[in-house]
Design a binder for this molecule. Structure first.
Ligand SMILES: NC(=O)c1ccc[n+]([C@@H]2O[C@H](COP(=O)([O-])OP(=O)(O)OC[C@H]3O[C@@H](n4cnc5c(N)ncnc54)[C@H](O)[C@@H]3O)[C@@H](O)[C@H]2O)c1
Ligand SMILES: [Zn+2]
Length: 362
């Protein structure tokens, strides 16, 4: 059954999220002289002779992908290519790729001429199920992850299932990680449904995936429409990200974003249980039925040492004073954000998890 399109309300402009295949939208975009296409290099290599064929012969800017490329320098190079080809304020930037492509091109779209039309076609599960809505664009600066950025939603988002079969397993699991986060934040019903469908989701069952993808977006939409600029309730979407971002940096981005978030949720749950805010039974449910399945049962990534993770947490941009902010899941799937996480608590949680996972806590 086709998924139903929906609209996200934004103070900048409301935008439509459509579930369509490239044949439905690419001919229109390719025929428009104001379109400028930027495509993730792996997506271009894998799909140029398939669903992206309508773009062949057009000037397509191919973007190499690595976390290092989320930089002001990449945006500068993109400005150069755009003004060489389409130096018009009424241009449309069309970007096709995952979260990295989204962050670089979204930042460029939001700043060029103080904002140009932007169509985003997410091709990873993470971008389709999570990052494509919410309007955040982020660049890394020096060693600081996502330090520079803007709020700028795309003018339209087109989600196509035909890109997903070529995703490598870690990138697929990374997307499932963010979906698991949204299922927990969504409350008992989506969390239990995710747990019940975990096996199907892991085997890339199309129907299960489509229905959870739609559900994940619906849950996120509720938070971003209420607090678009992340000054209150939207902070809850950072569940797993306090530890997660630090783990990504500590492993030089060897751990994909969504999987780092899963480790981050396991750690936040340990802190919550040690504070007496989460019962061992609720922790065990999330861990055993939702989080560990996404990690293939492995509780810790031995590439990360506790010292490195904690020292990266100190650089967190949401930090206030000496203590850190942390979002925790409590019993009955209530969420709580605190800003008094002590470094020693963070370290203890990592040591507990690393001990169980057989990794080196460093
Ligand atoms: N702006 C936001 O709101 C937001 C939210 C969450 C995450 N992010 C950012 O997104 C990034 C992670 O995004 P991601 O997980 O989408 O990863 P990504 O963009 O790094 O893509 C992961 C890998 O998959 C490849 N790829 C993309 N589509 C493919 C396809 N269809 N088939 C085969 N390979 C494909 C890419 O070339 C890359 O090698 C992080 O930098 C994170 O900080 C941004
Ligand atoms: Zn994330």
């Amino acid at each position: 059954m086709p998924l139903s399109d929906f609209t996200v309300k934004s103070r900048l402009r409301d935008y439509r999220v459509a579930f369509q295949e490239p044949g439905d939208y690419l001919p229109r975009l390719a025929a428009a002289s104001e379109s400028f296409f930027v495509v993730d290099e792996n997506v271009w290599r894998l799909h140029k002779d398939g669903v992206l064929k309508p773009l062949c012969g057009l000037p397509v800017s191919v973007l190499p992908i690595s976390e290092d490329l989320k930089s002001l320098e990449s945006v500068r190079l993109l400005y150069d290519r755009i003004i060489e080809k389409t130096p018009k304020k009424n241009m449309r930037l069309v970007s096709i790729g995952g979260g990295i492509t989204q962050d670089i091109t979204g930042f460029a779209a939001s700043t060029l001429y103080r904002g140009v039309n932007w169509t985003f076609i997410p091709t990873t599960l993470l971008a389709q199920a999570d990052s494509c809505i919410g309007g955040k664009t982020s660049l890394n600066y020096k060693n600081y992850k996502n330090l520079v950025g803007t709020f700028y939603p795309p003018s339209e988002v087109c989600i196509s299932s035909s890109f997903l079969p070529t995703l490598k397993e870690p990138d697929y699991l990374s997307g499932l990680g963010e979906m698991a986060k949204l299922a927990i934040i969504g409350g008992r019903e989506p969390a239990e449904a995710f747990a019940g469908a975990a096996e199907k989701l892991l085997s890339r069952d199309q129907a299960a995936l489509a229905s959870f993808l739609r559900e994940a977006l619906e849950i996120k939409k509720g938070y971003i429409e209420e607090d678009e600029f992340d000054s209150g309730r939207r902070n809850i979407l950072n569940f797993g990200h306090c530890f997660g971002h630090a783990l990504e940096s500590a492993t030089d981005f060897a751990v994909p974003h969504g999987l780092a978030v899963v480790y981050g949720m396991l750690l936040a749950n340990i802190v919550a249980r040690r504070r007496g805010l989460l019962s061992p039974a609720s922790e065990a449910f999330m861990r055993g039925r939702i989080l560990l399945p996404v990690l293939g049962g492995r509780a810790w990534d031995a590439r990360a040492g506790a010292d490195a993770v904690v020292s990266n947490m100190r650089k967190d941009k949401k930090r206030t004073g000496n203590q850190l902010a942390l979002v925790m899941a409590l019993d009955d799937f209530k969420m709580l954000r605190v800003s008094d996480l002590e470094e020693s608590e963070a370290r203890t949680a990592i040591e507990e998890l690393a001990g169980e996972g057989g990794g080196t806590a460093g």
